[in-house]
Every structure is written in C-alpha cells, then in structure tokens.
Design a protein around this ligand. Structure first.
Ligand code: ATP
Ligand code: MG
Length: 1079
C-alpha cells in the first residue's frame, strides 16, 4: 500500500508558514530556525518556497529524491525546491501555461544554486532521447561558462553572480526541451579594473592563469604568477574550496559541449589575456613646452605583447592612449590626454572589452542552444539576478542592482496579491483589501521618466556644460529632495542636515530591503560609459576577428556621431522588458535567505534572517495569505482526507464533493465563520480549524486502524472457518459419492447378470422366430422368384435370343482357333525331321492342342520324308535300322558305323576281272563282298580272305587266287558272336554235325563288321525258311575249333602303335584278343 506523507504529517515545525500559529516575527523566525537546525532548509508560504542557504551539501538532491518528487502534488511531500520545479513543469506541460521561476534574495543567499537545482530537476524529469539529451546537456553546460566569466568572489559570496541572468527554456508539447534563450543584465564591469578589498576579479582570469597549459600561456604571452597583473587583486587570489585549475578544465569542456569551436575558444582566451595585458600598461607624465601635460607609456613591453596578440599596430594604440579626437559635425579636433585621462581610457577600454566579450559569449551560447524548430513552444523562464546589495561603498552598480531588486519585489507583491485576490474573486469569496507595503513608490523614485533618479542622471549626462557627479547630486537634491524614500544632506528635508551618517557626496535611498547609501562619485562617467573613439577605432583595426566584432563602432565607414544610450537608460529598458515578460507568465517564487554572514553551515544569525524576512515582506506574504483564508483545498482532496470524520461521508460519498464537504463540516460542527465555500475549494480561515480537523483525523485513523484490524481478523477467522467447512463438505461429498458409487456398481452388475440372462433367453427366442420367419420368407421368395422367373421367361422368351451366349462363346472360340491355326500355319518350322523348333503357344487353354499338333506335325513331316525314299535307299535305311536294333548301346564300334553307308560290294566283284572266276562260281547275287581276316585257330594270326555273302550261304575265298576255301550254307550258321568293344572280330558258329562244321567255327575279323553282321542277320530273317540268326554280344564267348572249345576273351589294352586289335592263342582253351582302348 502506498504510504502518503503530507505537508501536515510528521513535519518538523510547520512546513507551511501559513499554518503557523500564532503568527509573529518571533514564531516565524523560530520555525525557520527549528527547521534549519533539522536540515529542513525549505519552507512554504503557500506556494512560495523559502530557501535557507545551508552552506554545505545536503543529501536531498539525489536521483532518488527526484523520483520521489516526480509527479507528486505540491503539498504531498515535505517542502522542497523540487516540488516547486515539478509543479511548474507539470503545469507547463499539462496545462500549457508558460512559467517563470523568480529566485530572489541577497547576495550569497543561494539563488544561482537554486536556479541550477531547478534546471537539473527539469532536465531529469523531462523526456529522454539522443537529441533531447544533447539539448539538456548544452543548456546545463551554459552555466559553468557564464559563471566563469560573470561570477567573482565577493565578501558576501565566493561565487557571486556579477550579472543578471534570465533563461527561457523552451519545451515542445510533450514537455521535451527544445532549446533556450539567455538574457544577461548589466555585468558589473568595474570589477575588471578594480576590486574592493577582499574580493576578486572575475573567475576566468584566475582560472586561465592556474589551469592553462604552459604552452597555451606562452601563446597568450602570459605568466602564471597572479602578482604580475595589476588588474588582479592579490589579497584573496586563492579562495577556499575553489579549484581554479580544475574549474578551467570544466569551463573548456563546457564550452566544447555548448558548441564553441577550438579557434573561437582561443580567440576568447586571447581577449582575456589582452585585458590582463591592458592592466599592465602604465603611463608617465611628460611636460610639453606649451605647458600642457601629456602622458607617455612607461614600459612598452606589455603594449607590444598585447598588440602582437591582437594583431594591432602598436603605434595606433599608443596614439589612442595619448590623444583624443573629438568630432563634431564638420570639425575634427585632437587633444592630448593627461596621465589620469590615459588611465581612464585604458580602464574604459578594458571594461568595455570584457563586458562586450561577455555579451558576445551569451549571444554565442544562445546561437548554440536556440530551438531548432519554429513550432510553437512552451517556455519556462528562470530568473537568477544579482541579489540586493548593501556595501560599505555603494556606487552606480549597486544602485542599478538594487533598482532591479525593487522591481522584482514589486512584481512579487503585485502578482502574489493579484493572484490571491483573483482566486477569491474566482472562487466567489468575499474579500477585503489587505494593507501591505507597496514599494511602487521607490520604483517610481528611481525610474520615473520626469523626475526619477535615472532620468536626472541621463539629463545631467546629456546636458551641455560642465557636468560632474556633484552637479548631479545637486540636481537630485532639488528634484527628489522631498521624496519620502530619498535622503541627502543637502535635500530640502532639514532633518538630514545634521545626519552625520550621511556624507555630503552621498545620497541614501530607503529601499524595501533597507536603507542604502550611495556615493555619487563615478555615477556620471559610469552612466555615460564612454569609450574614446580613437580606442574603438584602434580595436577595430585589429587583425583579430572577434575583436573586430566587439567594436563595430570603430569602423570608420560607419561613423555615428550620435551618443549611444546611457547605461542607466539601457538597464531600465531591459528591466522593463523583463518585467513585461515575467508578467505574461505564471510566477513561481523561491525566496532565498542567507542564514549567516560567515558563509558557514549550522549558523543561524537571528538578526540577519529577521532583517531578510522583514524586507522580503515574508510576514506580509503570510498575512496576506491568511488575511483571507489560511488554508484552501479543492473539495475532492479535502473530502478524501477528512471523510472518515463523518458517518455519512465514510467510507464513500456518492454525491458531489462539495456537498460531501458541507455535510462533513456540518457534522463536525465547525463554526460558520471559520470557513467559506468557494466554487471549487473550501477556504479555512484559521489554522486552528485545520489543526482541529487534523487532530480528529489522527484519532479517527487510530480507530479506523483498530476497526480495520478487527475486521481483518474477523475476516481471516471467518474465511478459515469457511474454508474448513467447505473442505469438510467436499470430503463428505467425496466419501458419499464413493460409497454410493460402490453400492450402485454392485447392484448394477447383479442387474446386468439377470438382465443378460433374460435378454439372452428372449433374444434366442426371438432369433429362432426370426430365423424361421426368414427361412419362410426366403422359401417364399425363392418360390416366387422361380415362379416369376418361369412366368417371365415364358412371357419374354420370344424377346430373348436364347443361347446367344453359347453362340458368342463358340464364335469367339472359333475365331481364336482360326487365328491360332492360321498363325501356326504361317509360322510352321522347316520340314527337316531334326528341326526341333515350334512356335510359342498363344493361349494357355490351347496347351494340350499345341503339343499334340507339334507331335502330329513331326510325324507327318517324317512320313513325308520317308515317302521320298527309293527302294534301294529304303533297303539301306532298313539295314541301318536293323544294325541299330542289333548293336546300339551294345557294342562300342557301332556309333562309328552309323554314318558309313553300307556299300555291300566293296570289291566290285562282278566287274573286277580278278574275281571273275570267283564270281562265276557264285550263282546267287552277292550281297556283300569284302576282305576279312580269318584268324588262325592255332596261333591266332590273321589271313586275308574274300568274304562273300549271298542269300543262301557265305563264301570264304583266297584273296589272291580267288579260290573258294569254304562255302557255308547260311542255315548252318547258328549264331554270330561279337565283343562289346571296338574291334572287328566275330565268330560264326556252325551247327554241330553239319558238313561245314568239320573244321570248327570261324573266327574272323572285318573292317565292316556292323554291316556284315547286319546283312547276315537280315538274310537270316528274310529267308523264311531259316531260323533266325542269333547275335551274341559278349567279351567272352566259346568257339568250337575241331574238337576243342576255345574261349575267346577280349581284353582292353592301352593304345599302342596302330590301333588294330591283335589276337593271340594263349593256350588250347583261350584265345585272347587285345583291343586298344578308344579315347
Ligand atoms: N542548496 C544549497 N546547498 C548547498 N550549498 C548551497 C546551496 N545554496 C547555496 N549554497 C552555497 O552558497 C553559495 C552561494 O550561493 P549562490 O551563489 O547561489 O548565491 P547567490 O544568491 O546566487 O549570490 P549572488 O547574488 O552573489 O550571485 C554557493 O556557492 C554554495 O556554496
Ligand atoms: Mg548568483
């Protein structure tokens, strides 16, 4: 919860003097002292902030503090300058009201510090961003620059502003800073050439000599030693707590941030150096023969260096210090200057040079910080002008400074009162005028155009004839002598005739802040502010840009014979403009008070503060504020704060706030004369009433706290109880639910079982019925379908193409068969019986047909082939076939005989004359004639014999002679034996007991064994009367040689030379035939 403090809560003393009770000068002072002792340096008088200079840094300007005061109501927190700055900034940003912050107080009271605090606060709370930050930085950094050139140590303040400053900070509609404009007022330039005891020249001189590098000093032709320069007072050159060297670096840095170029910076330092040099130029008397005193420069070294620094011709400047040219219309006169005049001219030049440099700096800074946009902007002005000054020796400067302060006091009185009065009128409150001291009369004494002091001074300055400060005083005595605030020894008012505190060459003014004695000496000159034209022309001739700019009147092409306006006139005009400017803005006041004269913390000098309180009119300020009503507050916050004091407004008031406040006040029985109802605010006359309300509120808050505690505790217990109750209900509910669920599930499962049985029984019954029904239906449907089918077919038969499907099928089959056959015809293989190719089967269902056709085709092809044979060829093939039947796979020799044609007659026996005799003996047709080897039965050796075969017998004849050796009728041959091997041996076995068998069986060998045996077998088969000839194929068989049975055994031998078989008689029982192995 946000803890709100208020001006009225836990305050040390009274935060707002308006609430001070009783209100006396003592109580006022006591309150200030009390707060000051507790480090509360700020106190309010309504919306005016009184600030006491603490002379030490307090931890109340931290970023946390900025945050604390940001966007808070003015009276919400304890008094602070931040509260005022925040209020001003917010009403500028949110209500579009231009603001000005008027900071007043005497020298050393803390105005400049206050102005910096306001600026830094505004910079901290306004918008952020690269561009905005740059603007802020430039605005803030303009302060150190102006302070270095415009501030000096005085007896009252170590950092006293010797010029007036008014700065307008410009903001856009969002409240972001856009830029600013600085106006400066009357720099105390006399300080450049002379400083009162215990004071210093402007800071920059000391900073330059202490902080610049040796190299820079050399360039500027300066030495570090202050004592080398006449314009620098020595008695207080070093100031406690002021680090000139460090400050010089800060100033340089600030100038860079503000936007000064390096060469500009250097030019500025050159002019500062020039002023120092100028102070060192000294003059001496020189009497001329005509008796006129002239001045001459003593030591020209400084002059020379200065001229070198600024690029001025030395002789020109030298002459300007010795002569003065007076131009009047057509005439031009030159007069010599005496030493005093020369010193005056020198000092006037130094003062002018410095003050113009200062004005140029302000212009240059303004150039940098000016707003870049022309868009409409809101303005917050901060006025930090020199404070009211009363010195021992007061001159023209103090006079104008104090005049300015009079004007500010005037505006303060006017605006405060007016504002106050306007508020009463605005709020419809009855108002009676309050008496207060109005310093308008003093302002009038000074500024009145006819008989004001400034007007008199101007008149004197412009008057022809001898004009001195004394003539000016005389004039004042005559014109202002009777004014109640003017005092002079020689005035018409005789009461001052004997006043020894009032010297003859002085006049005294009763300012609002006290009486000030002014010495008239120098008034005329300072007002004239004359600089001899010779000097300004010499300066213009300088080969130095900045110098030229500062002395434009020295330009010979623009000679202006008109007198420039006097200093007093200029100041009055600029103060007038400032006042007008301030009146257009919403004022916010900071009244600075100096607690002691020693610039020391913790000291509160009663008399000093009392005096300031009195002349600042602070008591009157409080009285004016209280004369009407001490306290006012809008209805809403008032009701919010006190509504707990009445039952009807607590805790909520539904109606308008004003009515609520009325009810509240009525209920509290506050006397009617103690308050008034304005349009938007309630006005409380006496602080006591407010304290009464506050006291009641405090009590009520205690009660409320107890009530809140009570309710809270009750609520806490109640909510705990409710929670427990709720939990119990939840637990019970869950348990019941669980129990019921279980019971339910048991019943449910039992029910389900019973149900399932019943349903099962019912379902089965139903199923049976349904099945039966379905069967009946199906039967009926089938019968109906058949019956309908019959009916329909009967009825529609005539419309249907019966057997169409079959026909289509047959047709398709035929077409396929036709296509198949035709295709087969065109792709038949060749007629060669050995050709194994056959077209691929097109359809699976034709598989059987296809292979059958292949077989038939092959048979037909073979038949065709055979039908082309002649009877001879046929016989040959029959023989071949027979040979195959006899020997295939039985005798190794057979395969080699297959491709040998069976010639039969190898010897061409009928044609060959050699066998003519033999052929004549054979009357049958010779079926085979060949040479064979007859194996000798005794030794197994072979003898060549001609073998002839006829249909009836076979004949063996001598090969040479053709003589028949044996002729055996075929019926005598019972069998033929051959081996299984590749040899040509064969044995012809003869029937036992036949005539031919006398000598025994024949063992022969023939090269055409297969043909010979085949033919022999054939003859045996064809002769129907003969028994079939047996052919034995075996590697061992018996032959009958005469009486002996000899075994002929065939053995295989490895091949030797020649591959003929050889026969050997091993013994009388065995004849061994060796057959070489065929590979
Ligand atoms: N709020 C503050 N906190 C701490 N020190 C302060 C404060 N205000 C002022 N001072 C001290 O007082 C000195 C004088 O203050 P400042 O220069 O603001 O006076 P001034 O009113 O501007 O005087 P002048 O009229 O001579 O310029 C400062 O240098 C500083 O040391
Ligand atoms: Mg100041």
């Amino acid at each position: 919860m946000e803890v709100k403090t208020s001006l009225l809560d836990n305050m040390i003393g009274v935060g707002d003097m308006v609430l001070l009770e009783p209100l006396t000068a003592d109580s006022f002072l006591e309150n200030l002292r009390n707060r000051f002792d507790h480090n509360e340096i700020y106190t309010y008088i309504g919306s005016v902030v009184i600030s006491l200079n603490p002379y030490r840094s307090l931890p109340i300007y931290t970023p946390d503090k900025v945050e604390e005061y940001r966007n808070r109501n003015f009276y919400e927190l304890s008094p602070h300058i931040y509260a005022l700055a925040d209020e001003a900034y917010r009403s500028l940003r949110d209500q579009d009201k231009d603001q000005c912050i008027l900071i007043t107080g005497e020298s050393g009271a803390g105005k400049t510090e206050a102005s910096k605090l306001v600026m830094s606060y505004v910079a901290a709370v306004c918008g952020k961003g690269q561009e905005v930050n740059k603007v802020k930085e430039q605005l803030l950094q303009s302060n150190p620059v102006l302070e270095a050139f415009g501030n000096a140590k005085t007896v009252r303040n170590d950092n006293s502003s010797r010029f007036g400053k008014y700065m307008d900070i410009e903001f856009d509609f969002k409240g972001d800073p856009l830029g600013g404009v600085i106006s400066n007022y009357l720099l105390e330039k006399s300080r450049v050439v002379k400083q009162p005891r215990g004071e210093r020249n402007f800071h920059i001189f000391y900073q330059l000599l202490s902080g610049a590098s040796d190299e820079t000093l050399k360039k500027l032709k300066l030495e570090r030693d202050f004592s080398k320069y006449n314009y620098l007072s020595l008695d207080s050159a070093a100031v406690n707590g002021l680090d000139d060297a460090a400050n010089f670096r800060t100033v340089r840095n600030a100038m860079q941030i503000v936007g000064f170029m390096e060469d500009e910076l250097h030019s500025v330092l050159e002019l500062v150096a020039a002023v120092l040099k100028l102070g060192n130029i000294e003059f001496k008397h020189e009497s001329r023969c005509n008796g006129i005193d002239e001045s001459r420069i003593k030591d020209k070294n400084d002059l020379k260096e200065m001229c070198e620094l600024l690029g001025i011709e030395q002789s020109v400047l030298e002459r300007a210090f010795s002569y003065r040219t007076v131009e009047a219309k057509l005439e031009k006169m030159s007069t010599t200057l005496n030493v005093a005049q020369a010193y005056c001219a020198r000092d006037a030049l130094a003062k002018n040079l410095y003050s113009r440099l200062f004005s140029w700096l302000v212009t240059r800074i303004n150039e940098s910080i000016k707003a870049q946009t022309k868009a409409r902007h809101k303005v917050m002005g901060v006025l930090d002008i020199y404070g009211f000054e009363i010195f021992e020796d007061n001159s023209f400067e103090q006079f104008v400074i104090n005049y300015c302060n009079e004007k500010l006091q005037q505006i303060f009185i006017e605006l405060t009162l007016r504002e106050e009065q306007e508020e009463y009128v605005r709020e419809g409150i009855e108002w009676t005028n309050i008496e207060y001291f109005n310093n308008a009369i003093i302002c009038d004494l000074i500024e009145n155009n006819q008989n004001g002091i400034l007007a008199m001074l101007d008149e004197e300055c412009l008057r022809p004839g001898t004009v001195t400060d004394e003539t000016f005083l005389d004039k004042l005595n005559t014109i202002c002598g009777e004014h109640q605030h003017f005092e002079s020894r020689l005035s018409k008012n005789s009461k001052f005739l004997t006043d020894h505190s009032l010297p003859h060459n002085c006049f005294r003014i009763q300012h609002y802040a006290g009486k000030v004695l002014y010495r008239v000496e120098g008034f005329v000159d300072k007002n004239n502010d004359l600089l001899y034209r010779d000097l300004s022309q010499a300066m213009f001739k300088a080969n130095h840009n900045l110098m030229k700019q500062l002395f434009p009147e020295g330009n010979p092409a623009k000679v202006n014979l008109k007198r420039p306006p006097t200093a007093g006139f200029q100041f009055k005009a600029s103060v007038g403009t400032l006042m007008k400017n301030l009146q257009t803005k919403n004022p916010n006041y900071i009244r600075c008070i100096k607690p002691n004269d020693k610039k020391t913390p913790h000291i509160f000098t009663d008399s000093l503060v009392r005096h300031q309180v009195s002349y600042l009119g602070l008591m009157e300020n409080v009285r004016v504020r209280r004369a009407g009503y001490a306290f006012r507050q809008p209805y809403e916050p008032c009701l919010e704060r006190y509504k707990m004091l009445c039952r009807r407004t607590w805790p909520h008031w539904r109606g308008p706030a004003r009515e609520g406040v009325e009810v509240l006040m009525g209920d509290l029985q506050v006397p009617h004369e103690e308050f008034s109802y304005g349009r938007s605010k309630i006005f409380i006359r006496n602080p006591r009433t407010l304290f009464f309300l506050e006291e009641r509120r405090r009590q009520c808050l205690r009660d409320l706290a107890t009530l809140i505690q009570k309710i809270y505790r009750g609520w806490k217990c109640c909510s705990r109880f409710l929670l427990l109750k709720k939990s119990q209900v939840v637990v019970a509910a869950w348990y019941r639910r669980y129990a019921q669920q279980k019971k339910y599930q048991q019943i449910k499962s039992a029910t389900t079982v019973v149900q399932s049985y019943t349903r099962g029984w019912q379902a089965r019954k139903l199923l049976r019925e349904l099945k039966y029904q379905k069967k009946c239906e199906k039967a009926a449907t089938t019968i109906a379908a058949y019956w309908h089918g019959t009916q329909v077919r009967r009825e529609y038969r005539k419309f249907f193409r019966a057997n169409a499907g079959k026909k289509i099928y047959n047709f398709a089959i035929q077409r396929i068969a036709q296509k198949y056959f035709l295709g087969l015809k065109s792709s038949l293989p060749s007629m060669s019986p050995i050709d194994k190719s056959w077209p691929v089967r097109p359809y699976v269902f034709l598989d059987g047909v296809h292979s059958e056709l292949r077989r038939i085709f092959h048979l037909w092809r073979c038949k065709k082939y055979r039908s082309e044979f002649t009877s001879e060829k046929k016989a040959v093939f029959e023989e071949k076939l027979e040979a195959s039947e006899l020997f295939k796979d039985k005798k190794t020799l057979y395969p080699s005989s297959v491709n040998q044609p069976f010639k039969g007659d190898y010897l061409e026996i009928s044609k060959n004359p050699k066998y003519q005799k033999l052929s004549s003996t054979v009357d049958e047709k010779v079926l085979l004639a060949d040479v064979v080897n007859k194996i000798n039965r005794a030794n197994g050796k072979g003898t060549a014999r001609i073998f002839l075969l006829t249909k009836k017998n076979f004949i063996l004849a001598d090969q040479k002679t053709g003589q028949v050796k044996a002729s055996v009728p075929l019926p005598d041959v019972t069998s033929v034996s051959v081996s299984t091997q590749s040899d040509g041996f064969f044995a012809l076995k003869l029937r036992e007991g036949s005539a031919s068998a006398v000598k025994g069986d024949f063992l022969l060998s023939s090269e055409h064994l297969i043909e010979l045996i085949t033919k022999l077998h054939h003859v045996g088969v064809t002769a129907a009367d003969q028994e079939q000839l047996n052919v034995d194929i075996s590697d061992e068989f018996l032959v009958q040689f005469k009486q002996d049975k000899v075994c002929v055994k065939f053995i295989q031998t490895p091949p030797k030379n020649g591959n003929g078989a050889s026969c050997k008689r091993r013994n009388n029982r065995l004849l061994e035939v060796s057959v070489p192995l065929t590979v």
